[in-house]
Design a protein around this ligand. Structure first.
Ligand code: AKB
Length: 313
């Protein structure tokens, strides 16, 4: 059967790297990017423009293409969600509900992006288990917990094949993240190359789970390729690679750019960072569908600097 694939949020940090992979796999003619406002020049393929919250519009899209798979990535991130909590709720939860209903109706396999933001100050900070207390203190986290429960409900009640990952902070050079708490771990590379100095908005001992984007994309496709009977978690899988403090990242970059200077001026995002885990236990993902990461801090830093230097000329 020919797969017909829909990608929402296709030009965000994850979508920009997942979209070309999906086009390679399924053919450009079988992958539809649902953009909203910003459409980048590099994109070559089928484009639709609209809002994931509009049920009528989304229904017409499903009727037109008869999607067999959906990668629902459209979401507001944590920092911007704190500035616009109502918008975060409607995009992240209402948008997901529209997608769940249509995936159920069309019997499509659905991937949805969750986050380490589901955890909060009452979750264990170290080696945070797959199943634990989820009491997030950000609107973003609230939308992700609600979304996870909705996904599980649609699986249990309607048999929907819905799969999800709790992404950690993602580090990539192709597209910059927009409005997250972990954005410093990407910004720092740009500033190191372009200005030789950086003012970091979290404290130097802030330690968060992170992942290089290539690992994240590979993990996403592994989860979607896994046999249905191997998927035991229908809320969302813990998905981990490395954890480092802001200072450790600074020191790793300094091995390549010795004069690089970083100062630390924590802002309101520190509170969110403090409420998230230091390290994550992702053994369920490793056991159920064979997840293994490939990038450590050293390799990721090398690759980031090399690619960004080329990109920024
Ligand atoms: C954010 O910082 O909001 C995101 C995330 C961890 O989900 N990068």
């Amino acid at each position: 059967m020919t797969e017909k694939v829909l990608v929402t949020g296709p030009f965000g940090q994850i979508g920009s790297e997942l979209l070309p992979e999906l086009q390679n796999r399924y053919g450009e003619e079988n992958v539809v990017a649902l953009g909203h406002r910003h459409i980048p020049d590099w994109y070559d393929g089928i484009l639709e423009q609209g809002d994931v919250r509009e049920k009528e519009f989304m229904t017409e899209l499903f009727e037109k293409y008869e999607f067999t798979q959906v990668y629902h990535l459209a979401s507001l991130l944590s920092a911007v969600g704190e500035k616009r909590p109502h918008l975060a709720w409607t995009v992240n939860v209402k948008g997901l509900k529209v997608m769940l209903d249509l995936a159920k109706e069309w019997d499509s396999k659905l991937f949805w992006a969750s986050s380490i933001a589901v955890f909060g100050p009452t979750s264990p900070l170290d080696n945070t288990p797959q199943h634990t207390i989820l009491e997030p203190v950000t609107m973003y986290g609230v939308t992700k917990v609600s979304g996870e429960l909705l996904c599980q409900y649609y699986h249990e009640r309607y048999g929907l094949d819905v799969r999800s990952i709790r992404y950690p902070g993602l580090i990539s050079w192709k597209e910059e993240p927009g409005g997250g708490t972990t954005d410093y771990a990407v910004e720092i590379f740009y500033k190191a190359i372009e200005e030789g100095e950086y003012t970091c908005f979290v404290k130097e001992d802030t330690k968060l789970p992170m992942m290089y984007m290539e690992d994240a994309i590979r993990g996403t496709l592994m989860l979607m390729d896994a046999d249905e009977e191997d998927i035991d978690v229908r809320t969302s899988y813990n998905h981990s690679a490395l954890s480092f403090t802001a200072k450790e990242l600074e020191e790793e970059i300094k091995k390549h750019i010795p004069d690089f200077e970083v100062s630390y001026e924590p802002d309101e995002r520190q509170k969110t960072a403090d409420s998230w885990p230091n390290t994550i236990d992702d053994s369920a993902a490793r056991e159920d569908w064979g997840w293994e990461h490939e990038y450590d801090l050293e390799r990721m830093t090398e690759v980031m600097l090399k690619n960004l230097r080329e990109k920024l000329g």
